[in-house]
Ligand binder design. Sequence first.
Ligand code: KIV
Ligand code: ZN
Length: 536
Amino acid sequence: MSEKVIIFDTTLRDGEQCPGASMTSSEKMEIAHALARLKVDVIEAGFPIASPDDLAAVKRIANEVGVSRNGSYAPIICGLARCAKKDIDAAWEAVQNADRPRIHVFIAASPIHMKYKLRMDPAEVIARAREMVAYAHSFCKDIEFSPEDASRAEPEFLYELLEAVIEAGATTLNIPDTVGYATPLEYGALIRKIRENTKGIEKCVLSTHSHDDLGMGVATTLAGCMNGARQVEVTINGIGERAGNASLEEVVMALKTRESYYGLHTDIETRHLARVSQMVSNFTGFPIAPNKAIVGRNAFAHESGIHQDGMLKNALTYEIMRPEDVGIRQTNLVLGKHSGRHALSNRMEEIGYNLTDKELDLLFVKFKELADRKKTISDIDLEALVSSDIHQINSYYQLDGLQISCGTIGMPTASVRLVCPDGELRTVAEIGTGPIDAAYKAIDQIVQVENQLKEFMIHAVTEGIDAVGEVSVRVESRVPSEVHPQSEEPKTLLVSGYGANNDIVVAAVKAYLSALNKIIDANRNGNGNNGGAAHG
Ligand code: KIV
Ligand code: ZN
């Protein structure tokens, strides 16, 4: 009989900490709903002390996704906190309304982190951790504790620290390989030694948290499981700080495909994996590599003649998982020009979106516009429309009209008309090196946000001449000092933007506007420094 591994998803916390991966609050809600549908056990919804926006987003997730309605599934909702009362107060404020709230408290534990980052000696770290876990436990019975940089900590010190927090009420002990330094064998041995040497550990769940700096995130996570860890901390598509975290879909499918080897299973509804992966990719602007395990475009494509021949004779020759097990997306026609709002609403529900009536109304308009220009509309087109047109942040500036002239004769020129925050329409024409450059220059004239375009990616969502094109941009901006008065260094903010349309220049304009709207929003809400806060 195999044992269950708890899936703790930290896409919305560690994943969002990755520079440029910041998401709007409606995108976070959509992802939280999709994670619940996937049946993750725990959603780490954010780091509530990081900003008022973070706190509000975690609170909303706790209220909407963390509460069961008519018997619906509600995962544990977790908020991260440093060992400080104000962090724990914010985390509790954010998660308390969930049916099953959790506070995750962490403190640095390696000699280098304690000395240079915390400037505390080991005894002080133990005392602080004990006191803050007890404080968190006075609000909430489900307390997770993480000794940050555990894989570079002294094992003897870890046992002592963990014993102290167990006595203070910790119920899950997470062992982070914060900098992705451990080899799988070392990490597995660390988990085993902790299990063998820490008093009271049998009352707690041991958890893995692996980063992918040396490409070992999934391997160390699995090594942890083989040595007694029964919770894994993972992110969709492996997004996260630097090289990212262990990827949820890879860990889950490794456990499922080799269940008899590991003797372990999860409760994940794997047929939703591809869809959630695409959603996270669209919202963050991080494309999925074609050769990415489990969810990459080529993960189930058999190119060589020998492989194709084998597959035709028996799929098991080269296929260890079936594409339908992970919900690899179909590009079939699902809706057409004559489909009504009801059919659209049903389809969106079937593919895992939770749209409000207002969002559905808007989507229906966009869908009809697209159906006029494109004969067949697939799930993938619908997903692109949602990411591009529905989940945009407070749209301070919206595209109202665009006219382009380009080609081999004359100067590429763009006339752009935007609806401004005060409702006024402003039109500017500019010339540029190409139509997109001209359009971006015209937008800059109106929006006036100092910024630098760092990345521009363009590709077709589906095949064919009438395909919807997707554009992802990454834009950097300086954070004004009034947003970060406490900081001496000028801070920069990196945001992503996404746009989709079957006119590629329109898609590019939407992507740029969505990034600029995020910058404006971050500056207005004092949320200028995305990323790094939890490790700061
Ligand atoms: O990598 C890490 O150490 C973390 C902790 C905050 C758990 O993300
Ligand atoms: Zn981490």
